[in-house]
Design a protein around this ligand. Structure first.
Ligand code: S3P
Length: 434
């Protein structure tokens, strides 16, 4: 994809469904009794991988442009798949499904693409094994491919070292099949979509938060059944992030970004943008299924550097690439720390973000757990790799719109993972067409 500097962005953007919530809706709907109907489902490659895995385990899932219909077979209704489940590029599919598969009476193997098969799975293998699961890394390197054999699960109180919704959710889902209460304590609250949605499906699940979010605990009791639901998926704030950033960064811009999920466990980017001086107005606030949404009106703003650290990090972890782009154009220094989790995303995002920013002439230094960025008034276009990481492709497409000259994003097609219509939508609000 070739991107040129633009003179402004104007118009309305309707944000596609949330990736995390779409995955969970398919998983819980498959395990529920009766029909689950999902509207505004994200038709991205990651979520389609989740559908494919459950279809391979005998669940009928009708996927039409208007809605997804799942004929749930109950907690014990999955069937042994005849081949390996392919989780493609999706960490959420792999980790959450491992919790579910640990409680089944049949054997499964899970494998994904090269990026997925190099991401750490020890973080779920350890707690699930402590619960009694029979889960192993086939190559013995704590990565996928994984083989999961039947095991008898016990309740456990697990203290997770990282605030990770994927780890928390894998354990809670295994907890549906355990013989007592399962609890997960994490050092800061990670996204809580599993807790909210499992509760609406009828699971006995609770959350407790320490003051100032210093730690959070979710507990679940084993369930005899879940009940099919109607789910309206809110727009994905992680996808909205590129348009929020573009509207703030690019001169002469005003964007109305509609249907953005603003769950506080996800909305750290809004606070950071406001701390940087961003002009963001909330309109039309609503709540559906416990998930708040709003339309965001975003206007060009003079941005300044900030410090991003501590318990806000899990609430914006996927948005750090685009926040780093904003920081590279802001006045003053931005420091991002306590974000070592960036190293184990679809790529090592400390490395991929800082090397691409440097190619554009930015003043940026990677650190062990984040980066330090000294903003500059202008950056120049460059030939950049997406490294097949959807968030790198999108973040640097926005950087390309703000930089002088021309930027090329190599392998930009990977945006399909979470935002298949990204370039069409971006083109529709650009004064000059891409
Ligand atoms: C996700 C949790 C986060 C996030 C990922 C989606 C989820 O990962 O980065 O894109 O849907 O639970 P971690 O749990 O590894 O932090």
């Amino acid at each position: 994809m070739i991107i040129k500097k633009t003179s402004g962005l104007q118009g309305i953007v309707v944000i596609p469904g949330d990736k995390s919530i779409s995955h969970r809706a398919v998983m819980f709907g498959s395990l529920a009794d009766g029909t689950t109907e999902i509207t505004n489902f994200l038709q991205g490659a990651d979520c389609l991988a989740t559908i494919d895995c459950f279809r391979k385990m005998g669940i009928e899932i009708e996927n039409s442009p208007e809605k997804i219909l799942i004929n749930g077979k109950g907690l014990y209704g999955l069937k042994e798949p005849s081949s390996t489940l392919n989780t493609m590029n999706s960490g959420t599919t792999t980790r959450l499904i491992s919790g579910i598969l640990s409680g089944q009476t049949f054997q499964t193997t899970l494998s994904g693409d090269d990026s997925l098969n190099s991401r750490p799975m020890g973080r779920i293998i350890t707690p699930l094994s402590l619960m009694g699961a029979n889960i192993k890394s086939i190559r013995g390197n704590n990565c996928a491919p994984l083989i999961i054999k039947p095991g008898k699960l016990h309740g456990l109180h697990y203290h997770s070292k990282t605030a990770s919704a994927q780890v928390k959710s894998a354990i809670l889902l295994a907890g549906l099949y355990a013989d007592g209460m399962t609890r997960v304590t994490e050092p800061a609250l990670s996204r809580n979509h599993t807790e909210l949605m499992l509760q609406s499906f009828g699971a006995d699940i609770r959350s407790e938060y320490e003051k100032d979010n210093v730690s959070a605990t979710a507990s679940i009791l084993p369930s005899s059944h879940l009940v099919g639901q109607k789910i309206v998926v809110p727009g994905d704030i992680s996808s909205a992030a590129y348009f929020i950033a573009a509207g703030l960064l690019i001169q002469n811009s005003e964007l109305l970004i509609q249907n953005v999920g603003i769950n506080p466990t996800r909305a750290g980017i809004i606070k950071v943008c406001q701390d940087m001086g961003g002009d963001i107005t909330f309109l039309n606030e609503k709540t559906s299924g416990g998930e708040p949404t709003a339309d965001l009106l975003v206007r060009t703003s003079r941005l300044r550097g900030t410090v991003i650290e501590g318990s806000i990090i899990p609430t914006l972890i996927d948005e750090i690439p685009i926040i780093a782009v904003l920081a590279a154009f802001a006045e003053g220094t931005t420091i991002i720390r306590n974000a070592a989790e960036l190293k184990v995303k679809e790529t090592d995002r400390i490395e991929t973000v800082t090397s691409n920013l440097k190619k554009m002439g930015a003043d940026v230094a990677p650190t062990d757990d984040g980066m330090i960025i000294n903003g500059k008034e202008s950056l120049h276009g460059a030939k950049l790799h997406s490294y097949l990481d959807h968030r790198i492709a999108m973040a640097f497409s926005i950087a390309g719109l703000a930089a002088e000259g021309e930027t090329e994003i190599i392998n930009s097609h990977c945006v399909d993972v979470s935002y298949p219509m990204f370039y069409e939508t971006l083109t529709s609000v650009c004064r000059q067409l891409l």
